[in-house]
Design a protein around this ligand. Structure first.
Ligand code: PLP
Length: 470
C-alpha cells in the first residue's frame, strides 16, 4: 500500500516536469464540466476534487489525502480494486497488437471473453458489445422494437419499467427510468415506456395484506390496462441501486417470471450494477432463480479499467434476426467503440481475478459481516430506518421518524456523507433520484474488502451519524 510520503513523491515526480498539481486543479476548475455536480460551489473557495492515484481499496486526492473507498469508484464500478497491474498489462499488450476494428468483425479478446462470460450464464448464448450501461440497455429496446415489427405487426412495442429503477442517462433510458429527479427537465421522452410501482416494502404503498402479492397484482393490472399484446418487454434491476438499494420481497421474482410467461413479455434484467459479483453470485438474477431473455452489464465487467458493456441474449432471440430473404431483418446497429479491444482484454483479466481470488465467496461472507455491522448501527442510531442489501451492495435508509418511516432531510443525509469524507472514508447516498426520498446511504466496497476495511467504513458512519443527528 502507498503511504503518504511515497505518494507525495510520486505526485511530485509525475507533475514536476509538466504541471504543478495546483495548475491541474485550476485547469480542471476552468475547463472541465463534472458529472452530477453543481459548479457554483467551485467559484468560491471550494476546489474541485481530483483523484490522483488508487491502490487496492484506497485512493489519494490532490492533497495527498488517503481515502478508503466504500463505493468502488463512486458508482459501484471498481469491483476488483485499484492498481491491478495485470489488467493494465493485458490492455497494453492488446492495444499494441490490435487496438480497434469495427464490431462488424470479431476480435481475439472479444471472442475469448464471450466464452468465459457465457460459461457463467447458462441459457444465454450471444454477446453484443458496446461501451456503456445506457448503450447496452438501448440495444435491448431496439431489439424488442425490431422483434415487434417483424413478428407482431409493430404492436408489441411497449416496454415496462419500474418506479425507482434507473437504466441510464440517454433520453430513451430516462423514458425507461423511474426516478423523477433524474428525468425532470429533459423531456419530451421517447414514447412507449410504461411505469409499474416500486417494490420497496419498507414504504408499502398498498396497506394491509401480502406485499408481494399486492405488488404483482399491481403489475398485472398495468399489463391488462395497456393490453398484453402491446407489451414487448419488461426491464428491471435485480436489486435496485440508485433508487434506494432495494432488495425484492420474498417470492417477487417468481411472480415476475410467471407474469412474463403468461403474457409473452420478454424479461430484460439490467445487471449494470449487480453484474460481475457485486451480490456474491456472478449476476444478481442468479440470486433469485430468474431466467432472463436479455441481460445487460457494464460497470464491473472490467472494473473501470476500460470501457465495455455487454447485451447478452438467448439463441431464440438471436435467431429472430436471421432471415436471408429479408434484407432488413438483421440487427442494423453499430457501436463504434464496441469494437475497442481494450474492453474485453480488461474484462478477461478482471474475471480471472474474481475467480482466482475467490471474490464471489468473499463478497458473500463480507456482505454478511457488513450487514451485521449495519444492523448494529441501526440498533444504536434512531435515524436509521432500515438496513438492506445483498453481498457487498448495501443501503442504510435514514428517517426522521421510525414509526411513520418519514425520510430524513436530504441535507442531513449529505452531511453524513461529507462527514465520512472528512474522516477519509468515501460512502455514497441516493441523490437526485426520488423527490423527498434521497435518504439512503449506499455502500458498494470492492469485492476484495476485508473485515478491517468494513470496520473502518462503519465506524466512520457511526461517528458521522452521531455528529449529524446527535
Ligand atoms: N443501469 C443501472 C442499474 C445503472 O445504475 C446505471 C448507471 O449508474 C446504468 C444502467 C447506466 O450505465 P452508464 O452510466 O454506464 O451508461
Amino acid at each position: 500500500m502507498l503511504n503518504k510520503q511515497i505518494y507525495a513523491r510520486s505526485v511530485a515526480m509525475d507533475y514536476a516536469t509538466t504541471n504543478d498539481i495546483q495548475e491541474i486543479v485550476e485547469a480542471d476548475r476552468k475547463n472541465v464540466w463534472h458529472h452530477l455536480s453543481q459548479h457554483k460551489q467551485f467559484e468560491s473557495k471550494v476546489d474541485p476534487r481530483i483523484i490522483v492515484e488508487g491502490k487496492g481499496m484506497r485512493v489519494w486526492d490532490q492533497h495527498g489525502k488517503e481515502h478508503l473507498d466504500g463505493v468502488s469508484g463512486g458508482v459501484w464500478t471498481v469491483n476488483v480494486g485499484y492498481g491491478r497491474v495485470r489488467i493494465a498489462d493485458a490492455v497494453r499488450d492488446q492495444l499494441v497488437k490490435m487496438n480497434y476494428f469495427a464490431g462488424s468483425a470479431g476480435s481475439i479478446p472479444g471472442s475469448i471473453f464471450s466464452e468465459m462470460l457465457l460459461d457463467k450464464m447458462p441459457g444465454l448464448s450471444r454477446v453484443y458489445y458496446s461501451n456503456s450501461g445506457s448503450e447496452a440497455n438501448e440495444k435491448v429496446y431496439k431489439m424488442v422494437r425490431q422483434i415487434s415489427h417483424k413478428h407482431h405487426n409493430g404492436k408489441k412495442f411497449k416496454i415496462i419499467y419500474r418506479e425507482r429503477d434507473y437504466h441510464g442517462t440517454t433520453i430513451t433510458n430516462l423514458a425507461a427510468g423511474g426516478q423523477q429527479e433524474r428525468n425532470a427537465q429533459y423531456g419530451p421522452y421517447t414514447p412507449g415506456f410504461v411505469e409499474i410501482p416500486h417494490c420497496l416494502e419498507y414504504h408499502n404503498q398498498y396497506g394491509e395484506g401480502d406485499y408481494t402479492k399486492q405488488s404483482l397484482d399491481a403489475i398485472e393490472a398495468v399489463i391488462l390496462r395497456e393490453g398484453a399484446n402491446t407489451i414487448g418487454a419488461m426491464v428491471l434491476e435485480p436489486v435496485t441501486a440508485g433508487g434506494g438499494v432495494i432488495t425484492p420481497p420474498q417470492g417477487y421474482w417468481e411472480g415476475i417470471q410467471s407474469l412474463c410467461k403468461k403474457y409473452e413479455i420478454l424479461l430484460h434484467i439490467d445487471e449494470v450494477v449487480c453484474g460481475l459479483g457485486r451480490t456474491g453470485t456472478w449476476f444478481g438474477y442468479q440470486q433469485y432463480g430468474i431466467k432472463p431473455d436479455f441481460v445487460t452489464m457494464a460497470k464491473g465487467v472490467a472494473s473501470g479499467y476500460a470501457a465495455i458493456s455487454c447485451t447478452v441474449t438467448t439463441e431464440a432471440i438471436f435467431d429472430m434476426f436471421k432471415d436471408a430473404d429479408d434484407h432488413m431483418s438483421y440487427f442494423r446497429d453499430i457501436s463504434t467503440f464496441g469494437g475497442c479491444t481494450a474492453g474485453p482484454a480488461a474484462a478477461i483479466e478482471n474475471m480471472k481475478i474474481i475467480e482466482e481470488e475467490n471474490l464471489l465467496a468473499n463478497t458473500t461472507s463480507m456482505g454478511e459481516y457488513l450487514m451485521g455491522k449495519l444492523e448494529e448501527l441501526k440498533d444504536k442510531h434512531k435515524c436509521v430506518g432500515q438496513a438492506r442489501g445483498k453481498g457487498l451492495f448495501c443501503g442504510l435508509e435514514l428517517v426522521s421518524d421510525r414509526i411513520s418511516h418519514a425520510p430524513a432531510d436530504e441535507k442531513m443525509v449529505q452531511a453524513v456523507v461529507g462527514n465520512c469524507m472528512a474522516q477519509g472514508i468515501i460512502i455514497g447516498a441516493t441523490n437526485r433520484s426520488i423527490p423527498g426520498f434521497n435518504n439512503t446511504l449506499c455502500l458498494s466496497p470492492a469485492l476484495i474488502s476485508t473485515k478491517d476495511d468494513l470496520d473502518q467504513i462503519t465506524s466512520a458512519m457511526d461517528k458521522a451519524m452521531t455528529d449529524v443527528f446527535g
